[in-house]
Design a protein around this ligand. Structure first.
Ligand SMILES: Cc1cc2nc3c(=O)[nH]c(=O)nc-3n(C[C@H](O)[C@H](O)[C@H](O)COP(=O)(O)OP(=O)(O)OC[C@H]3O[C@@H](n4cnc5c(N)ncnc54)[C@H](O)[C@@H]3O)c2cc1C
Length: 190
């Protein structure tokens, strides 16, 4: 799949980890370009054949974000191994110091396939999630999900909270079942 590239010439002192951590998806990346634009006034967007709608194009122009539609051949390093720029299909090298690449997000749920849990496609090509309801219930009785398996954007706090909530609901089930069964058991021992 083609992915757009956002490339930033970062100002000293601004976030420099985008090359390692850039993890956005194909069609959300214009949104990420708006975010990077707050860090630098020297931002280049390489479409890599993904296309830009007229409204996004106008917004890029208004924010001074340069758009390059020539294909990207490779990322070029300098002699020291640091990022030097991006070589285009026409041989031009666009000098850049920070690079962010769009990806699709997918929870590692391969081992759960046998459960046939319903999955849901998230909007804007963001990725796939296990569908869940209140407190992490799924379409399969007795299976709850929490954290990134069902909420790809959840960070540690939200994931832990969702796990705790699912846990409390899971715990409530046998407690209710014990209580439901108690009158009959109580009657039998009388
Ligand atoms: C690059 C990056 C940077 C991030 N930075 C931050 C940040 O700064 N702050 C923040 O709050 N959040 C950050 N997050 C998000 C954070 O990592 C997640 O929100 C959090 O880890 C989700 O917790 P989780 O328990 O749902 O999933 P995970 O932490 O991924 O835990 C799932 C665990 O299940 C294990 N597992 C998977 N399959 C199986 C199997 N079949 N059997 C047994 N074990 C299995 C995995 O090995 C893993 O240990 C970042 C995420 C990424 C990718």
């Amino acid at each position: 799949m083609q992915s757009a590239l956002s490339v930033v010439n970062r100002r000293p002192g601004t976030g420099g980890h985008a090359r390692r951590k850039g993890a956005t998806c194909l069609r959300r990346i214009p949104h990420h370009a708006w975010l990077f634009r707050r860090l630098t006034d020297d931002l280049t967007y390489f479409t890599r054949g993904t296309g830009l709608d007229p409204d996004t194009r106008a917004r890029f122009a208004a924010r001074g974000i340069r758009v390059v539609e020539t294909g990207v051949r490779k990322v070029v390093d300098d002699e020291a191994g640091a990022l030097a720029g991006v070589r285009l299909d026409d041989g031009t090298v666009v000098a850049r110091r920070v690079l962010a690449v769009a990806t699709r997000t997918r929870a590692r749920t391969e081992k759960l396939e046998g459960l046939n849990l319903p999955v849901e496609e998230l909007p804007d090509g963001m990725g796939l999630r296990l569908a869940s309801g209140t407190a992490g219930t799924t379409g399969v009785p007795g299976v709850w999900v929490a954290g990134n398996a069902t909420d790809l954007t959840a960070q540690v706090g939200a994931s832990a909270a969702a796990g705790a909530l699912a846990g409390s609901h899971i715990n409530a089930l046998p407690a209710a079942a014990d209580t439901d069964a108690a009158p009959a058991a109580h009657g039998a021992t009388r």
